[in-house]
Design a protein around this ligand. Sequence first.
Ligand code: NDP
Length: 296
Amino acid sequence: MTEVIDGKAVAADIRESLAACIATLDDEGVEPGLATVLMSDDPASETYVSMKQRDCEEVGIDGIHVEIDPDAPAAELYDTIDELNADPTVNGILVQMPVPEHVDERRVLRRIDPVKDVDGFHPENVGRLVAGNDRYRPCTPHGIQKLLEAYEIETESADAVIVGRSNIVGKPLANLLLQKADDGNATVTVCHSRTEDLTEKARNADILVAAVGLAEIIDAEMVTDGTTVIDVGVNRVDADTEKGYELVGDVDYDAVAEVAGAITPVPGGVGPMTRAMLLYNTVKAAGLQHDVDVDL
Ligand code: NDP
């Protein structure tokens, strides 16, 4: 029987555990604060940011939102980051990507104080993660680790095959699963658009993670009996719905669910975990900045 991994339920458990940490911070007079910065009029980015703000409100994190005109000079974004870096009520800063073309994304990531970098994308935090001394684990890979842990899916000695090598999903996940740690110790293969024989590599996986951004690229032929399949992808495809589209993952869910040992649905799998882990990192950041042991 294929186990359907319920990301919503695991995310709800994590939010609940954060409530105790937030109470500990409150006892010390600290209210965690997350600043979101949006320099875009892309509706998807607007939706992501408003969901993050709503999540903050629900768990008792002070959400601060800054909007910058996408046509404004890049300096306006850098100045905003400097102000948020200096603001003691702000523990975490998240600049919603992508930023407009005239803004240097790498410079934005470097500008954020690494102690407030709750996305975990600052080069200092990336370096720490690679060195096995992480401060903030990037939200999506960390969420995937938490899903595996919740369903007691062993990473120890497992063959983990990750399709996708982005800086936000594929690479950090590869590093995390590779760590000499209880939630690591996997043998990791990272595949990408230049990989040859993807099917053969995917079929070797005990844990197969798809983070590509191509609807249903992972089909049943690429999955062997009992494999755990984690679908990160979120893709819009035309459909006969009110909105004219529906969201599907990178995995052909119905066909792969016939063979997989466990599988995440889209929606309701990795997505809710990404959101929960941002709250987790913000609470952790507040604890670090105020020297309060929040027990995370
Ligand atoms: P990127 O576009 O940054 O990376 C996609 C990766 O897929 C690249 O490494 C690319 O290879 C690889 N790729 C592209 N085509 C193929 C192919 N035919 N075969 C094998 N590999 C291929 O995407 P992201 O990592 O940012 O996101 C991936 C997906 O996950 C998207 O759908 C995104 O919306 C979703 N996502 C979902 C999140 C969630 O919380 N659920 C969070 C973050 C992302 P190459 O490097 O060679 O170009």
